[in-house]
Design a protein around this ligand. Sequence first.
Ligand code: AP5
Length: 220
Amino acid sequence: MQRNLILLGPPGAGKGTQAQRLATRWGIPQVSTGDMLREARRAGTDLGKQVASVMDSGGLVSDDLVIALVAERLDREDARKGVILDGFPRTLAQAKALDALLLRMGRTPVQAVAIEVPEQLLIARLSGRRTCPGCGASYHVEFTPPHSDGVCDRCGSPLVQRDDDRAEAIAHRLEVYARDTAPLIDYYEPRGALRRIDGVGELDAVLDRITKSLDVQRDQ
Ligand code: AP5
């Protein structure tokens, strides 16, 4: 069965964390537009240079750029069995473009899971997040710390804080989410393609809620 899943939710909801775990469990790729854009910046490509300042401020990259990135990614061989989209779509224009793209490619329509977390906890998660520039692993100084302080468990690289995890950028990202991305819930929910789950709790408990909500969706 092909599965095209969107993880929706505000910054810090745990989309990336859970997308990685689902990707491992189901053997399909995690497609994170945030990771793809950060990779372009690390590689110093024209795209990377173009998006750097808007990303650091917590704003959104233009729809055209991210839609083109996702279209190219979905066309690759490993995406034929399905994908877990994390951080895309983020605007109504992106959601409509994704529907059109999947239809044109003859793929299964999307299912969406909205991960809900109170704002104070989102801020605590984002300000304590540390990421590995070597392998992309993500930690939290308090909630999911690495075994050795400031060092990646997987590859031994020193961990860093994302520029957009500074206080001013976090505030702006939350505003942008409320204005541009939260309305997607009303786009997917009326057609029965969205489930809301509580994103507070142990990582395994949240994962379990996601998979159970999808079973309910499939049975209906
Ligand atoms: P992106 O990388 O997508 O950032 P985001 O949506 O703001 O999401 P985050 O990565 O901050 O949060 P998350 O929900 O993945 O949480 P995580 O699992 O890491 O985008 C970055 C930027 O790129 C955007 O601002 C924009 O500029 C641009 N961009 C990307 N896509 C775009 C698009 N489609 N259109 C336009 N622009 C785009 O968890 C957070 C922390 O909490 C971690 O430390 C984690 O360890 C911890 N944690 C997670 N779950 C739990 C739990 N259950 N208990 C305790 N701690 C937890």
